[in-house]
Design a protein around this ligand. Sequence first.
Ligand SMILES: [Zn+2]
Ligand SMILES: [Zn+2]
Length: 119
Amino acid sequence: MCSKPLEEVSRIPVCGACLRAPAPLDAEFFCVSCRTPFQNRFPLDDEGRCALCRAGFRGFNAAHSFGFYDGVLRQLIHLYKYRKVRTLADPLGEMLLQALPRSEPFDCITPVPLHWRRL
Ligand SMILES: [Zn+2]
Ligand SMILES: [Zn+2]
């Protein structure tokens, strides 16, 4: 990913710096349902829901994500999904685990599905 030579033997062909690079979402305001981050409180209603959730455009109780689908995190996910680097499952799973709330019980975790045209 960073083009530097790997110096340690690992089943993951990504250096430690790149693996540690993705940062968790850092925003002061989130929708309480879909967890979309916002820069201010303005888009959220009194219950903390965004306009899409108020309008009922969702088929889930809550959504959580580790970080923005961008930069190194996006590259890691692409390596896993499209280049089949399955050894990234553990580090990516650890990131997802950090994003899940410890206090809320849940029955099922599902990935965001493909766009219907690609499906
Ligand atoms: Zn690297
Ligand atoms: Zn929302």
